[in-house]
Every structure is written in structure tokens, then in C-alpha cells.
Unconditional design. Structure first.
Length: 260
């Protein structure tokens, strides 16, 4: 029996674009790569875990004639994506079973989605197969191993335990990439330190669909975290504004020229 997905996005697909931070600008990683590779006219770009397609739609501005493909396991998410850009190919499949011929893509990205894929090593091997010589893979994700002090983990500690299992540490990803044959593998961490107004944050966490960490934990654990936050605000037993911290990691790998 196949394991159930971390989150059933079919049930919240119609809400996804109303969540915070879903608007996208052109991917800076793509822009950097385009500046290095030259002509973009005949390129093929794949976004694994594309969701409702906002990143590919934004990228179309700099790739008007390229082949763009968005892949996601959730048909509901793809149905939200398709009306935005019918000229982009929207494909339903699992990231570990890419239904494409070998050497089909020049640039592959997976943004904030690797933790949703059960067979991560299988996905990375599949990307190597479909990537053309000289092509690049870019992975972008949360790094829970380096932000245990994130407020979501403080109030919903069960989410931290789950995330440590679902999010591979960067070293594990690098090891599989290099064993698969990727070269020039790099890791870049981005630590964000900011202040969080807890009253505003309470409004956010009361809408559970805005964060997959809240959707993965049991209902009782979610209710307990919300109740604790509400109680602290009502009693004035915690500061209204608290320091918060997130760590994101970007991992890049290339398929060496001359490798089939």
C-alpha cells in the first residue's frame, strides 16, 4: 500500500491562491541560469510540485517561446493552474515517476515541494534522467534542522517532529545528488530573523490551510496550539511581539556535459 500524501491538496486547491505569499515573481535562480546559458528560445523548463502554477506563469515573461511544463500530483491544483496559462503543459504525476523521455529538460526546479514526495531519492534520480547535458536542477525548501525556534514549532511541536522526518537535511540531499551523478552541487542557506505580532499571527493560524505544518498534525494537537496562543494573548502572559526565525536552503546541481 502506498503511503498517504502529507497533505491532500485536492481538498484545499480552491483556497490555495487566497493564502499569504502565493504571488510569484520571476524565479531569480532561473534568471541567473539564463544569464549563463545564453539563448532561451529553445529551452525546456520543468517545475516539479508546481501547485497552482504561479511560478511558471511568472517565468513565462522571460521565456515567451520556451517549453514550460508544470508537474503536480494533485489534479485539483492543476485545475487551478490550467486557466492561468493554457500554453503551459500541466501534467499530473508523482515527482519520482517523471513521465518524460530522457534528456527532455534544460532546467528543473522543485520549490517547497520535495518534502511532499515520499521517494525523494527516486525523484532526484528521475530528474537526472530527464535533464539534458549541461542542465541544472534547483531545489528550494525550508530547513527545519536549522530553525527549531520557528514559532510554528514552538506552539505546534508535533509539526517539528513530522518535519524532521519529511524534510531531508541538506547533507542528505547532496549525498544523493552526487551519488546520482550531479556535479557542481552547491548549498546556500538563508536565515530570516524577524518580529511576529502574535495577534496577527493568531488570525493566520486560525486558518489552518495556510500552512502545511498545521495540516499534517492531529486535530487535537492543532487545537491545543491555537488554545495556548489564545490563552496567552487573553491573559497577557506572553509578549505581544516575539522574535521569529526561519531558515531556507537552496541546493543546485548540474548534469555534466557529455553525460547521457
Amino acid at each position: 500500500m502506498k503511503p498517504s500524501p502529507r497533505v491532500n491538496y485536492d481538498t484545499i486547491a480552491h483556497l490555495y491562491d487566497t493564502q499569504p505569499y502565493r504571488a510569484k515573481t520571476i524565479d531569480p535562480e532561473l534568471l541567473t541560469w539564463l544569464g549563463q546559458c545564453g539563448s532561451a528560445e529553445t529551452l525546456s523548463i520543468l517545475d516539479i510540485g508546481c501547485g497552482t502554477g504561479n511560478q511558471l506563469v511568472a517565468n513565462r515573461a522571460v521565456l515567451p517561446h520556451a517549453r514550460l511544463v508544470g508537474l503536480d500530483r494533485s489534479l485539483g491544483m492543476l485545475r487551478q493552474a490550467q486557466p492561468k496559462a493554457p500554453d503551459i503543459a500541466w501534467v499530473q504525476a508523482d515527482g519520482a515517476g517523471l513521465p518524460f523521455q530522457a534528456q527532455s529538460f534544460d532546467f528543473v526546479t522543485c520549490q517547497y515541494a520535495l518534502h511532499h514526495i515520499q521517494d525523494k531519492a527516486g525523484m532526484l534520480r528521475a530528474v537526472f534522467r530527464v535533464l539534458r547535458r549541461g542542465g541544472r536542477l534547483v531545489l528550494r525548501n525550508l530547513c527545519p534542522q536549522e530553525c527549531a525556534d520557528w514559532l510554528y514549532y514552538a506552539y505546534f511541536p508535533e509539526a517539528y517532529t513530522i518535519d524532521l522526518a519529511d524534510f531531508w537535511p541538506p547533507e542528505a540531499v547532496v549525498a544523493v545528488l552526487e551519488a546520482t551523478g550531479f556535479v557542481a552541487v552547491t548549498v546556500e542557506r538563508q536565515h530570516l530573523h524577524y518580529e511576529q505580532n502574535l495577534r496577527l499571527w493568531l488570525d493566520t493560524v486560525r486558518r489552518r490551510d495556510t500552512c502545511s505544518q498545521l495540516l499534517t498534525i492531529p486535530d487535537a494537537a492543532y487545537a491545543a496550539g491555537v488554545h495556548r496562543l489564545e490563552h496567552e494573548l487573553a491573559e497577557g502572559s506572553a509578549p505581544l511581539v516575539r522574535a521569529d526565525h526561519l531558515c531556507f536552503v537552496t541546493i543546485r546541481g548540474e548534469k555534466q556535459t557529455g553525460i547521457a
